[in-house]
Design a protein around this ligand. Structure first.
Ligand SMILES: [Zn+2]
Length: 117
């Protein structure tokens, strides 16, 4: 079988959608954040790529980048007592929703540059 070309942009798109970076069909994660050892469609060995804590770092950065200034502005402008807890809840929900696609993108990035542990 011919080896797939490792194009970074395409791999990141597939990873963000939770699909195998090599074929774009098989699922990258089998549960919330657990990567599959190999692609069910093309058989690509995905166990070679370990993203470790990269995805949580990126998610923390993104969520902090959006919600910290928002919370500061709302607090400085005298928002109601319920505004800040709602913003914090939105930040937590955003982090939970962002983690799987960012983890997929991190694994796809490692696949694209063929970085193994
Ligand atoms: Zn695949």
């Amino acid at each position: 079988m011919r080896k797939p070309e490792r194009r970074l942009g395409l791999a990141l798109q597939r990873g963000l959608r939770g699909r195998c970076a090599a074929c774009g069909k098989g699922r990258l994660l089998r549960s919330y954040l657990t990567p599959n050892a190999e692609c069910s469609e093309c058989g690509e060995d995905l166990s070679r790529y370990q993203a470790a804590d990269f995805a949580p770092y990126i998610v923390t950065f993104l969520v902090g980048l959006v919600f910290t200034p928002l919370a500061l502005v709302l607090t400085a402008n005298g928002a109601s007592d319920f505004t800040l807890p709602i913003v914090l809840l939105a930040a937590v929900v955003s982090a939970v929703l962002l983690l799987p696609p960012i983890k997929g993108a991190a694994l796809a990035l490692l696949w694209a540059v063929n970085e193994t542990n």
